[in-house]
Design a protein around this ligand. Sequence first.
Ligand code: GBH
Length: 476
Amino acid sequence: MSLPKDFLWGFATASYQIEGSVDVDGRGASIWDTFSAIPGKIADGSSGAVACDSYKRTDEDISLLKSLGANSYRFSIAWSRIIPLGGRNDPINQAGIDHYVKFVDDLLEAGIQPFITLFHWDLPDGLDKRYGGLLNREEFPLDFEHYARVLFKAIPKCQHWITFNEPWCSSILGYNTGYFAPGHTSDRSKSAVGDSAREPWTVGHNILIAHGLAVKAYREDFKPTQGGEIGITLNGDATLPWDPEDPADVEACDRKIEFAISWFADPIYFGHYPESMRKQLGDRLPTFTPEEVALIKGSNDFYGMNHYTANYIKHKKTPPPDDDFLGNLETLFYNKAGDCIGPETQSFWLRPHAQGFRDLLNWLSKRYGYPKIYVTENGTSLKDENDMPLEQIVNDDFRVKYFDDYVNALAKASAEDGVNVQAYLAWSLLDNYEWAEGFQTRFGVTYVDYVNNQKRYPKKSAKSLKPLFDSLIKKD
Ligand code: GBH
């Protein structure tokens, strides 16, 4: 028995990936509606217009969670359902609020703790059009704070709030590679607008300010009566040196994590950006004013960790180009000795390597003083799963093994390394809209039949987590 007695576990999703009903109950458009409508941006040309139809199937999803034994569920709220145009002087949509209030009531009634993500990438399109969305230092943080306050007030029963999901993705994929909405990049064959060398660092900075304002609002005006917690969720992969004998590769391993995670976590825990980023990016990386430091430093009640995979890291010898966001290094699946980091999946970036999870939990704990960690996402796709017959899909032994290996690595980090982990949310409850990959890549523990009325079929992995956690969580 190696996980604490009150350990929370369950599944995670995000609004645009599962809800559908994009024109229902007064919802406004988000940047993902706009982006997915542009030909060539999404692998299968699809959008989240219907997705898993979860907006209309809350009862079914809650029954499913209950049947799988989960005691927690992480979902995100679509900002444009709450404030269709997004801004602090724009009309509030009561029907959208009512939907999520009822959903939380129903979850609690079923004995399931909600973890609410305020922002999982679906920015109201109105804000992007009005003032450039996340790029706007003055307006965006204030509009986010206002949106957050509306929800803190409406949903006092929620005890776990996550401000932003993976700001790295919003910044880099949204404003450097252009792979995600709103698709900005310096590559003019992909986008008419964007500056890959500068915009991502501005966006990251603005997200940190917005996070800080929402946390301050919660702590001052809601936490005293509601008693909940608030933090941010960051994504990052584990790193192993391509050549363990080469100190430059060993150093590049830390630099890779600093560019991915410490970009946001150092300001939150220490009040400044990592030295390695300052050195490489110079004045393209914004600086914090004393007021901003006061706002952001210490703004996590917990550390939200999304984690999936690992890479071998090889340092580069030539100076980095202006659009480099990795820290002047290569990410590889094979090391110098020819070892492969893990088996292929359907996701080009994901190869299971569970030891990396334990290592990264330790790295983060050491750097940030053993904070309370909630694992807010962890999971895998399966190579060619979408093309398999249903009988084979529901026997997803590869995913069962992934969860088994990763959760055991987590339990060891908790029991043997002193890592303070208190929750684990598997990604994902349902197969869903995998962003630019469309519906071809499936991450669900539940198969969703998109051609037959979104019918759900729990896979073997769905049922594997309860016995796994039962065997690991201490019983008093
Ligand atoms: C999560 O991100 C998301 O929060 C979730 O919505 C999503 O469905 C889930 O993962 C599965 O993908 O080669 O530069 O394009 C996971 C972290 C970080 C994984 C960026 C993909 C792409 C790297 N993601 N990464 S790049």
